[in-house]
Design a protein around this ligand. Structure first.
Ligand code: XMP
Length: 180
């Protein structure tokens, strides 16, 4: 595929992403074995990743969504998270939760959500991200599962956006307008 002119550099092609997800699913199946778990996906960024991930996982797993906004229209974290929607506590109580997000940056989103889900009665919350940024996190969190590491640069595509654009790209890249 020829990348569009608004993408400066492709970091992970569609094929590389799918191969990464297959590898990740192997790790998940090895870790959970026959233990049941529920997937909780963070919208909107993790929508595309979650759709591909769950279709490679066996069993009758449950899927829920949390809606969060943190970036608004900027290329760096706004420093605060707004939880726009959280499923009822009954969806978490006593469950093993796999919390799925697109990218781990400062760590604020996942550490906040992990605490909230535990407060709602989950027995365990493991975290799973498509991308882990190589940055110094403000929160002491490491993902339990990740597909790829990425340098500290703003990335788009495969669910990730810049002011709500580029989520539809099948690959992950650096937009030309990104601030380096
Ligand atoms: P924190 O800082 O809470 O960030 O770990 C996680 C959320 O921030 C968004 N984010 C990005 N979105 N390109 C994006 O499109 C990026 O490079 C990027 N870095 C962080 C994302 O919504 C993630 O859930």
């Amino acid at each position: 595929m020829v990348e569009p002119s608004y993408v400066g550099e492709v970091l992970f092609t569609a094929e590389e992403i799918q191969a990464g997800i297959r590898r990740l699913c192997g790790e998940l199946m090895h870790t959970y074995k026959d233990k049941k778990f529920s997937v909780v996906s963070v919208l909107k960024g993790a929508a595309v990743f979650t759709a591909d991930l769950i279709r490679q996982l066996p069993g009758d797993l449950k899927l829920n969504f949390i809606v969060v906004s943190s970036y608004h229209r900027e290329q760096r974290s706004s420093g605060s998270i707004t939880v726009e929607y959280m499923p009822p506590s009954a969806e978490f109580a006593g469950q093993r939760i796999l919390l799925v997000d697109d990218i781990l940056d400062t760590g604020m989103t996942l550490s906040h959500l992990q605490k909230e889900i535990l407060l709602r009665g989950a027995r365990e919350v493991k975290t799973c991200v498509l991308l882990e940024k190589r940055v110094t996190r403000t929160q002491p969190i490491r993902p339990d599962f990740r597909c790829f590491f990425v340098d500290n640069i703003f990335v788009v595509g495969y669910g990730l956006d810049l002011a709500e654009r580029y989520r539809n790209l099948p690959f992950i890249g650096v937009p030309r307008e990104a601030t380096r």
